[in-house]
Design a protein around this ligand. Sequence first.
Ligand code: MN
Length: 198
Amino acid sequence: MAFELPKLNYAYDALEPTIDARTMEIHHTKHHQAYVDNLNNAIAGTELEGKSLEEIQKTGSDKPAVRNNGGGHYNHSLFWELLTPGGSKEPVGNVKSEIEKIGGFEKFKEDFSNAAKTRFGSGWAWLVKNADGSLIVSSTPNQDNPLMPVADVKGTPILGLDVWEHAYYLNYQNRRPDYVSAFFDVINWDKVEELYNK
Ligand code: MN
């Protein structure tokens, strides 16, 4: 069974003004679709065919087509679920408690924003759950993610922000910091908590 582009739980214009409808549509139907198609092509007839998307990340394939497109499909599938119209404003439950332990919500916002703003070129900022349940902020280049053996900080990603220019350029052009600060208006913290508790 080949991988498929997941449907979104909201309309393309639902996240405006934070993320505009045209960016969402192109990002989902063109960029994400391309990662899905290229991943399917890259694993067809190999030992990775039939493995779960998560397993493929953890395998740490050194094939660029698998690493880049497998990461692309995983990261974007996660990203869409982490967004919600209106956002839920603040962390809840266990994530709220764990964020308190790393300096509180304001400190977290500062650290996460810095990770997103200082990632040179294309990549992602992450909030990662360590094996002991603690949280740490990190970033990765390109379509890498914390599940991959190559990641500097390895663990379970529970929040991620796409800082590739394709994620914000139509609306924000070179103003990545404005996109990063607006992202906090559309985070689905209930989903973050669900991922933490998995
Ligand atoms: Mn993207």
